[in-house]
Ligand binder design. Structure first.
Ligand code: GLU
Length: 383
């Protein structure tokens, strides 16, 4: 038993669990034994009063197996078709396993565009929260069959990190085929050591993670670290742990040293800011001068037209845009109160001049500080 672990899990109620394809599938398609064992553990946790939301992979791998496809699927339509075959089976297997425990599951398939739309995001949040109230376990996967690049999460690690924010999880458990994060690639070096605690995700930690993937998964350790970085930045601890290990979930919840624990960062983003920072894709850029840079970084101020020196891209009111300094360093991302056309006309102006330039003035700020997320690390980068 370990003090930091015990402290981390002490107040946990809502747990986001992600299970990767490499855990769920064996040579014979879906590994029913593993699914049964993990389900049993999730049901035990539910009975103990924890709320569980599951993000699961395995649709493509299961579909491939059903159709006796042995080669790696390369094209997107092939993967989409295999997911359409496999998703139903994946749900049937989970559903049966939960029903053995007298508990129910609900299927939710999502694309990124479902989460970038604020209204749909809130609807999903309400559905998930009702299911949790009913002690029904939501089982989420990417809606692979309809997702094209523009609306793809990319991998289920990223999807899981976003859902952790939607449900405001207290803990994110990412079950994978390895034991956790190693200090170097364990398949290349026998000396590789498992890192049991990560207090902060530094550049070295990111470098330790390989983007190599298993033959069935899509993300690799790199995407698990990125997901850990996202959730820890909003105050959610993350544990990357071996999904095939017996009693892995109950061990974690008993505070045993299993896998790698990533501690939450002290300064955390609220849910809306997280949504802006990590869910929305920028539609353009605003280049800002040194005065405005100082005001938004040091003083937490809003961005006014007077601080903007150039606009790039075409966007409309409410769209997400990146803010960069004169050297092109990314400072943060925010939702604009004015379209790109309007901003072109008010660049460098005082707020009192907005009305005469545009014929209307709905806001003083181009980006209000409540809708502006700073991602520039002032501790690391001198300016
Ligand atoms: N959504 C994919 C599937 O269920 C997996 C994506 C991933 O493993 O990251 O097969």
């Amino acid at each position: 038993m370990n003090d930091i672990r015990l402290k981390t899990i002490a107040s946990v109620k809502k747990i986001l669990i992600k299970i990767g394809s490499a855990v769920l599938t064996g040579a014979d398609g879906l590994d029913l034994k593993i699914i049964d064992a993990l389900t049993q553990e999730m049901c035990d946790l539910t009975r103990r009063g924890f709320s569980i939301v599951l993000v699961t992979s395995g649709a493509i791998a299961s579909g491939k197996h059903r159709l006796n496809i042995t080669d790696k699927l390369k094209s997107i339509p092939d993967k989409q078709a295999a997911a359409a075959v496999g998703q139903g089976r994946l749900m049937r297997v989970y559903s049966k396993a939960f029903e053995k425990n007298n508990l129910h599951v609900a299927q939710i398939l999502l694309t990124l565009s479902d989460l970038t739309d604020r209204q749909r995001y809130l609807n999903i949040r309400n559905t998930l929260s009702t299911l949790m109230d009913w002690h029904v376990t939501p089982i989420i996967n990417e809606n692979d069959s309809v997702a094209v690049d523009e609306i793809k999460f990319g991998d289920n690690d990223n999807l899981a990190a976003m859902i952790a924010n939607v449900i405001e999880a207290d803990l994110f458990i990412n079950l994978t085929a390895t034991d956790g994060l190693y200090d170097c690639n364990p398949s290349l070096s026998k000396k590789a050591k498992l890192i049991s605690l990560v207090r902060e995700i530094t550049d070295e930690i990111e470098a330790a993670a390989t983007s190599e993937t298993s033959s069935v998964g899509t993300g690799g350790m790199k995407s698990k670290i990125l997901a850990a970085r996202k959730v820890t930045s909003i105050g959610i601890p993350c544990i990357i742990a071996p999904g095939k290990k017996k009693k892995v979930l109950s061990d974690i919840m008993a505070g045993h040293e299993t896998g790698t624990l990533f501690l939450p960062q002290a300064s955390h983003l609220n849910s809306k800011k997280y949504w802006i920072a990590f869910t929305l894709r920028p539609r353009g850029r605003l280049i800002i001068d040194d005065g405005a840079k100082k005001a938004i970084l040091d003083k937490g101020k809003s961005l006014l037209p007077s601080g903007i020196t150039a606009v790039e891209g075409e966007f409309t009111t409410g769209d997400p845009v990146n803010c960069v300094d004169r050297e092109g360093n990314l400072l943060g991302k925010g939702l604009v109160n004015y379209s790109s056309d309007d901003i072109h006309r008010i660049i460098g102006l005082k707020t009192s001049q907005i009305y005469s330039a545009l014929g209307h003035k709905d806001y003083d700020e181009v980006i209000h500080r409540d809708n502006l997320v700073i991602t520039f690390d002032t501790k690391k980068s001198k300016y």
